[in-house]
Design a protein around this ligand. Structure first.
Ligand code: DGY
Length: 320
């Protein structure tokens, strides 16, 4: 008998076809609207394989309703939306989509670093609002990137890809992560430092570590105050790693020069949120991996992981 699959968003046609050739497929037929929680909870009891997005919380309630669930395939590299230990204790496989989004997310991270340091959004808005009176020596001046020091927190695949880009900007590279990575140190000419040294000496600090119990609120006011007043913080990993209330305070008090944020504690962030009021904060709607090519590859990989698991194989990107 064919196994049943539920997808929490409308997939591309070719991915849908691939899955329909193998399974009985049901899906939430919307591209830009999140599946209501109730609908998700009602769907899981009839599901062997769930393909879900990072916006869906896969918690005890979903898991206990998913009595037939064998695999949860997340359309993201991060899987903090899934209660992993609980899934594991129910012998449900969890998979993610690493690799395919590395370079695209590194591009966006570097773009955000540049946009924040050179005030691109603010300058563009200023021009459109009619404030460009004349060329002025100090109008819209920002911070130099070339030759500066970049501190990377979390030297995984994306962190390393950002470091490779930074080399082209002649940046001095520092990193902090759970374990030193000697192979990457040699390849990238990047130096392991303790967190305090990284914060104190970097002109740019990029957060590229997954959100876990360990990294929740990793950056609070205490850490922000250690950064240079001229420094820029960039977060393209997950909201929650940087404490937002503390970041607002640090920005208000001039403890750091600016921030580039693609991720927030609450997504979508409220349009009246204080973080959106700072001219020196560039805010994006969680688009790190958002290229047509990469999002397509993520769909394909998520479908492949799901298929492998339901066909009795060990999926390529099993995380538990
Ligand atoms: C991920 O994959 O975890 C990103 O946040 C979305 O691409």
């Amino acid at each position: 008998m064919k196994k049943k699959v539920f997808i929490t968003r409308k997939p591309p046609e070719h991915v849908l076809k691939y899955l329909q050739e193998r399974f009985i497929v049901d899906y939430w037929d919307e591209e830009d609207i999140e599946i209501p929680r109730k609908e998700l909870v009602n769907k899981v009891p009839q599901t062997d394989g769930l393909l879900c997005l990072l916006t869906e919380k896969i918690d005890e309630e979903v898991l206990e309703n998913g009595t037939n669930l064998k695999v949860i395939s997340n359309l993201a590299v991060g899987y903090n939306n899934i209660e992993l230990e609980k899934a594991t204790s129910r012998e449900i496989m969890v998979t993610n989509t690493p690799g395919v989004l590395t370079e695209t997310t590194a591009d966006l991270t570097f773009a955000l670093l540049l946009a924040t340091s050179r005030r691109l959004i603010e300058a563009s808005n200023s021009l459109r609002e009619g404030n460009w009176q004349t060329w002025s020596p100090m109008y819209m001046t920002g911070m130099d990137v070339y030759g500066s020091t970049l501190g990377i927190i979390g030297l995984g695949e994306i962190g390393a890809a950002v470091a490779r880009r930074a080399k082209g900007f002649n940046m001095k590279l520092l990193y902090n992560s759970r374990n030193p990575k000697p192979d990457l140190e040699a390849e990238l000419d990047i130096e392991y430092t303790d967190l305090d040294t990284l914060l104190q000496t970097s002109d740019f600090v990029c957060i590229l570590t997954p959100l876990t119990q360990e990294t929740k609120n990793f950056i609070t006011l205490k850490q922000l105050k250690k950064m240079k007043k001229s420094a820029v913080l960039v977060n393209t990993a997950r909201g929650g790693i940087v404490n937002e209330a503390d970041l607002i305070q640090a920005l208000s008090e001039g403890d750091i020069w600016g921030a580039g944020l693609d991720v927030f504690e609450q997504e979508p962030i409220d349009v009246n949120h204080p973080l959106l009021q700072f001219p020196n904060v560039v805010t994006l709607p969680h688009i790190g991996s958002a290229s047509i090519q990469t999002r397509t590859k993520m769909w394909e990989l998520a479908a492949k992981n799901l298929t492998e698991a339901l066909e009795g194989k060990i999926p390529s990107n099993l995380v538990n």
